[in-house]
Design a protein around this ligand. Structure first.
Ligand SMILES: Cc1cc2nc3c(=O)[nH]c(=O)nc-3n(C[C@H](O)[C@H](O)[C@H](O)COP(=O)(O)OP(=O)(O)OC[C@H]3O[C@@H](n4cnc5c(N)ncnc54)[C@H](O)[C@@H]3O)c2cc1C
Ligand code: SF4
Length: 321
């Protein structure tokens, strides 16, 4: 699993990084911390001609509170974010969710942009070249079939990021920059829903910033189940938010990770104007689990993952009650 030959660039400014991405487009990949990218390159899942290192682009590594909320540079490390006094005091659910990502030693290197933009995964895909050659190339490897669900017309590899669901529930936006323009979109709209190309990021662009509004009356929490206690992706992860007014839920929302190619986003109007009690919780668990449609492409079975959604919705809501 040796790395193939490639050329690296280490730009010092965002302008330079954007110009490189624009010049080489799909032939170039961005490397932030590299904790996801390098293992994928070692497996031969990504074979870029050019690698653009983002670690010297200081403009996109800051964490600053402005009148419209918290601005986090995409290249800010998870360590800097989770230990920021502002984040801990006013945007606590993000710091708590980071504790769920991989292991503390990886937080120094991992970035929030890399976490959000991590590729989707599949038990038939994240394997050595030799292993993959036995099954034959699937959609995600340039083939014309899905090895997990032969009848499927699209790739349904699984997005397993821990931070996107909590950022969705915190109503975050992301800035997508290209040489000629900047675009701010809700983070939920970043995901395409197709595992072949899971992010709606044009090939000449870079995700540069995450903007979080102050939470005000919004309460947010995230829970995850993984196979091991540490250094492990979620088998399922559920983030939830509620806005409470005079003891009643005014607004609600859920974002489930590791269930499909994009976080599953659910809001249920019938849950509004109700108390956040056990009746609320069991109804919400049914509603969210019904919308979860996992397929057999992870080590846990689809039935177990669906069951986990139900359990985790209950768990996360009890934290908010
Ligand atoms: C053993 C192990 C366990 C892990 N466990 C978890 C886990 O529990 N939860 C979890 O969420 N993740 C987990 N990960 C994945 C990964 O470590 C984290 O998601 C990490 O936050 C990725 O950040 P990075 O800066 O290292 O990204 P990189 O590896 O540098 O990049 C990841 C991807 O994002 C792209 N990218 C990076 N920055 C940008 C940008 N600014 N704009 C556009 N594209 C960009 C890269 O091109 C690449 O495709 C794990 C990884 C390993 C190896
Ligand atoms: S879901 Fe199917 S097409 Fe996608 S990576 Fe897995 S086997 Fe390949």
């Amino acid at each position: 699993m040796r790395l193939h030959a490639f050329k690296t660039f280490r730009p010092n400014t965002l302008k330079e990084a954007l110009s490189l991405k624009s010049r080489y487009k799909k032939n170039a990949v961005l490397k932030a911390g590299g904790t996801s990218l390098i293992p994928e390159m070692r497996l031969g899942l990504k074979n870029p001609q050019y690698v653009i290192l983002l670690d010297h682009v200081r403009e996109i590594s800051g964490i600053e509170e402005k009148p419209d909320g918290l601005h986090v540079g995409a290249a800010a490390s998870l360590q800097d974010i989770k230990t920021s006094a502002t984040v801990k005091e006013h945007y606590g659910p993000l710091a708590e969710a980071i504790e769920n990502v991989s292991a503390p030693s990886l937080h120094y290197q991992s970035t929030i942009g890399g976490n959000i933009c991590q590729d989707t995964r599949c038990i038939y895909y994240d394997q050595s070249e030799f292993w993959r050659s036995i099954k034959g190339a699937c959609f995600k490897q340039g083939g014309d079939k899905c090895n997990a669900v032969p009848a499927s017309k699209i790739c349904r590899s699984v997005y397993q990021g821990d931070l996107a669901p909590v950022l969705i529930c915190m109503d975050a936006s992301v800035r997508i920059s290209s040489p000629k323009k900047d675009k701010l979109i809700k983070i939920a709209d970043l995901f395409s829903g197709n595992g072949l190309s899971p992010l709606k990021l044009p090939p000449n662009s870079i995700l540069t910033e995450i903007i979080l509004p102050r939470l005000e009356t919004r309460k947010v929490a995230y829970v995850k189940q993984s196979e091991r206690g540490a250094l492990d992706y979620p088998v399922v992860g559920v983030a939830a938010f509620v806005k409470l007014r005079r003891g009643l839920v005014e607004e609600n929302g859920f974002a489930v990770t590791a269930i499909g190619p994009a976080p599953l986003v659910v809001t249920e109007p019938l849950l509004n104007a109700r108390r956040l009690d056990e009746g609320f919780i069991s109804y919400a668990a049914e509603v969210v689990a019904k919308k979860a449609k996992p397929i057999a492409n992870m080590s846990a079975t689809p039935a177990y993952r669906k069951y986990l959604v139900k359990i985790l919705v209950g768990k996360v809501l009890r934290r908010l009650a």
